[in-house]
Design a protein around this ligand. Structure first.
Ligand code: NDP
Length: 304
């Protein structure tokens, strides 16, 4: 039986550690603060941001939710970022993506003070990560590493394959695994003989954005599967492909008319050595690591 890597429990442990650290900092008169900027009305973004702000409150961090109007200009957003860069009560700045099309997201992310860049998206932090210097690391990739380490999965010397090369997930995950001495291959949409490469992986990270893309035939028996994907499926055909006979899922699907599947076909979990479920695997780590990054930024900025 494959081992389930319980993201919820690991995220809870990390949040407890963060809350302890927040208490220690409070004794020194420091309260880490996060500014969350949300533009527009994308339902998923609203849920994510609310959850981030609520977690701040739960762990004792200060947070400021800023919601500029949907028609805000890039210039006005740049001004806002400048203000946040200068505010002493703000240690972390989070600009929730996606932004409306008329806003230049790259310019904005580049304007965030790298020392307050708790999402780790600034080129300076990407460069620091590449160079192996202390950096604010993107939250989801940092969470993937926490899952592996805290679950006792060996990384050094292992063959790791990352499918997906985004700046937000694929590339930083690959870099973190490399720093932990895995032998890393990064695959993408132009990769040839993908299944032959994924079958060599001791650790296979899927960050693709396609429901159930990694099939059992692409997996080496006993491999560790890290499924970063979050895909909503709504058709009976897709449901039956992945979850036929799963009564708990059936109940959710009937009630909501949809359910979530990762980038790994759940049938592949049956031959894995260990895997992160979806939901409840990598997802919960993202917010936990955002909290950890905000505390880290608060300490770094004060030279603690
Ligand atoms: P992107 O769309 O930015 O990147 C997807 C990557 O997958 C690209 O590098 C793309 O290759 C590659 N890809 C697409 N199709 C194929 C294919 N047929 N074969 C091989 N590679 C392919 O997505 P993200 O990295 O932002 O997100 C990936 C997934 O992770 C999504 O499901 C997203 O929802 C989820 N996610 C989950 C988070 C969490 O908290 N758990 C946080 C962030 C993301 P190419 O570069 O060639 O186009």
């Amino acid at each position: 039986m494959a081992k389930v890597l319980e993201g919820v429990a690991i995220a809870t442990a990390i949040k407890q550690e963060v809350a302890e650290e927040v208490k220690t900092l409070a004794a020194r008169g420091v309260r880490p603060g996060l500014a969350a900027v949300l533009v527009g009305h994308v339902a998923a973004s609203e849920i994510y941001v609310r959850s981030k702000v609520n977690t701040c409150a739960e762990l004792g961090l200060y947070s400021d939710l800023i919601m500029p109007p949907t028609d805000v200009t890039t210039e006005a957003m740049l001004e806002l970022v400048e203000q946040l860069n200068g505010r002493d009560d703000i240690d972390g700045i989070l600009i929730q993506l996606p932004l409306p099309k008329h806003v230049d997201a790259k310019r904005l992310l580049d304007a965030v003070d790298p020392d307050k860049d708790v999402d780790g998206f600034h080129p300076i932090n990407a460069g620091r990560l590449l160079a192996g210097r202390p950096a604010l690391v993107p939250c989801t990739p940092a969470g993937v590493l926490e899952i592996l380490k805290r679950s006792g999965i060996a990384i050094a010397g292992q063959r790791a394959v990352v499918v997906g090369r985004s700046d937000i997930v694929g590339k930083p995950v690959a870099m973190l695994l490399l720093h932990e001495h895995a032998t890393v291959t990064i695959c993408h949409s132009q990769t040839r003989y993908l299944d032959a490469i994924t079958r060599e992986a001791d650790i296979l990270v899927a960050a693709i954005g396609r429901p159930g893309f990694i099939t059992p035939a692409m997996v080496k028996p006993g491999a560790t599967l890290i499924d970063v994907g979050i895909n909503r499926i709504t058709t009976r055909e897709e449901f039956d492909r992945f979850f036929k006979g799963d009564l708990k899922r059936e109940e959710t699907f009937a009630r909501r008319g949809s359910t979530i599947v990762g980038d790994v076909d759940p049938h592949a979990f049956e031959i894995a050595g260990a895997y992160t479920p979806v939901p409840g695997g990598v997802g919960p780590l993202t917010i936990a690591m955002l909290m950890a990054n905000t505390v880290r930024a608060a300490k770094m900025r004060r030279g603690l």
